[in-house]
Design a protein around this ligand. Structure first.
Ligand code: SAH
Ligand code: MG
Length: 197
């Protein structure tokens, strides 16, 4: 398993696939164990790195993960198979904003897809959380740019960073959810329903 994970890390590096930082996935794996998480929905599979590690946190975990890029989706399937986790990880090849979910709920929803769409993902998928479930969001620091959007030269980057800043405000001012911001890796947010804390 260790060896296979290293191979996936190597592929990610060589092909510029943005996988989660070690500290952050370690935090999530600990969260899974401590909170007895059994069902996970991940938005943004890339090549399966984070879903494989989340599934390996506990034998009872099942993951549904969504990816819209064909090459990454194919690589993801390959990696999951290689790690013998295809019985516990289901990969959906679709744009997450177009996925139709009914009659399902998840103990943990991990948002790690297009950073400009974070608020949309949150608003769409919050209805699929189990009681006491959490939404964890990655990359809230976005490589240190968050909080400094006004001074960014490149227009595209500035717009993206200001969207993440907007998402952080959305979380801070949210009436339904309380968010704990965790300053590890590229920054994580852990959001839980207020009345069920
Ligand atoms: N969670 C992965 C990394 C995901 S990178 C890990 O840590 O190992 C983000 C991925 O989200 C990219 O592969 C991108 O193609 C995908 N993505 C971006 N927007 C998406 C959307 N709207 N629906 C589905 N996938 C999306
Ligand atoms: Mg990420």
């Amino acid at each position: 398993m260790k060896e296979k994970i290293l191979e996936i890390e190597k592929y990610a590096k060589e092909n510029n696939v943005p996988i989660i930082e070690k500290e952050s996935i370690a935090y999530i794996m600990k969260y899974i164990k401590e909170n007895n998480v059994k069902s996970i929905l991940e938005i943004g599979s890339a090549i399966g790195y984070s879903s494989i590690l989340m599934a390996s946190a506990d034998i009872n975990v099942t993951v549904t993960t969504i990816e819209r890029d064909e090459t990454r989706y194919m690589e993801c399937l390959k990696n999951i198979k290689k790690c013998e986790l295809d019985k516990r990880i289901n990969v959906v090849y679709q744009d997450a904003l177009e996925v139709n979910l009914t009659g399902v709920s998840y103990d943990l929803i991990f948002i790690d897809a297009a950073k400009g769409q974070y608020t949309k993902f949150f608003e769409k998928f919050k209805y699929f959380l189990t009681k006491n479930g959490a939404i964890i969001t990655d990359n809230l620091k976005f490589h240190g740019y968050v909080g400094k959007s006004a001074s960014i030269e490149s227009k595209n980057l500035r717009q993206l960073v200001s969207k993440i800043e907007g998402y952080i405000d959305f979380l801070k001012n949210n009436e339904e959810f309380t968010t704990e911001f965790i300053d590890i890796g590229d920054g994580l947010g852990v959001s839980k329903k207020k009345d069920e804390k």
